[in-house]
Design a protein. Sequence first.
Length: 420
Amino acid sequence: MSDANHARRTAVYLLDQVLGEGRLLAECYAAGALEKLAPEDRARAQRLAAETLRSLERADRVLKKHLKKTPPLTVMNALRLGTVELCSGGAAHGVVNAMVAIVSRHRRHGQLKGLVNAVLRKVAEEGPAEWAKLRTPRLPNWLRKPLVQAWGAEAMLGMEAAHYAGAPLDVTGKPDADLSALGGVLLPTGSVRIAAAGQVSSLPGFEVGDWWVQDAAAALPARILNVQPGEQVLELCAAPGGKTMQMAAAGARVTAVDISENRVARLRENLERTGLEAELITGDALEETGQYDAVLLDAPCSATGTIRRHPDLPQAKDGSEFGGLIELQAQMLAHAWSLVKPGGRLMFCTCSLLPDEGECQVEEALDMFPDMTADREALNLPGVEPAWITEEGGLRLRPDYWATDGGMDGFYMALLRKSA
């Protein structure tokens, strides 16, 4: 049975984990945070947590004048969640009572229910008018600073607007599938975008495997790689498998490698649902051997390009692990290059907005490998703007592109050809 307060309680717990423990929402879900909820409450808890994380700066500004000092984290998160609901049109009585009930049940901070009641009543009166005047929430400085340095202040404001708006649902269809029943919009690059999708698994064509969920930006690396029927293709760091399915649907013989058993299991489910075939290997990309016509490496990265879908990322992280990821990417790119046959090609990509994880990696690789060239011609696909093509011959995508149509994930990709 659905229970709105159970969903809210779970959302407060999720906020505690992200803001107090530095855990990503995906980690919390994998650990079973949503297991006891009915499906609609599960969706509600996820939505409430995500909306609060997107609106954190606004919520804190509205709350500031009503608080003499910052209360303990759980109480603050209940206030934040209540503020976001109240300022987004939530019914005052229901929201205030729910947050008071959640705090009153807390073992250590139950005595602060009176504070929650008083503050949220004031927010219900004054908050919505204030909310409308506040600026679009900004990224935390640890990430904002390098991104402003890379792309400029104006582009940053555009990206933050895209982050705050969230992301529509993009899907990739099988080559012969008719996706008209989805009621989506065909994007210039070939993906289909659905504005208010609801539950993905209940959409037409999902069960029969006509399509899979994949951001329009994430669909481009495989389109640019343009595998041919019968080609031997290796995909490294393959799960959850959108690109694997694109290449399998094009008729290539795909070997897909990922280090995570759980993620490989998800990839297997996706292949079964779509009726597509690939050889799956659970293992370390750096230990792969062999020679392939084409290799696709979607390298582990900061995932800073996916913030419009994952607003927890800039709040849970602080950038301290990015140095290690950048080193790993360089290692993986070099190893992937050793698996490409003479005359073959490598697609290197990352869902990052940081040039160190994209443009710089490819610049260094081009210097390091005399038999490597960047194929600019391959980037000339429908929907790809010439201005997106970078100096070293890669493609840079940002969330502020297609601003009036729902944006796209931040991504970098380059097609690298090996001389014969």
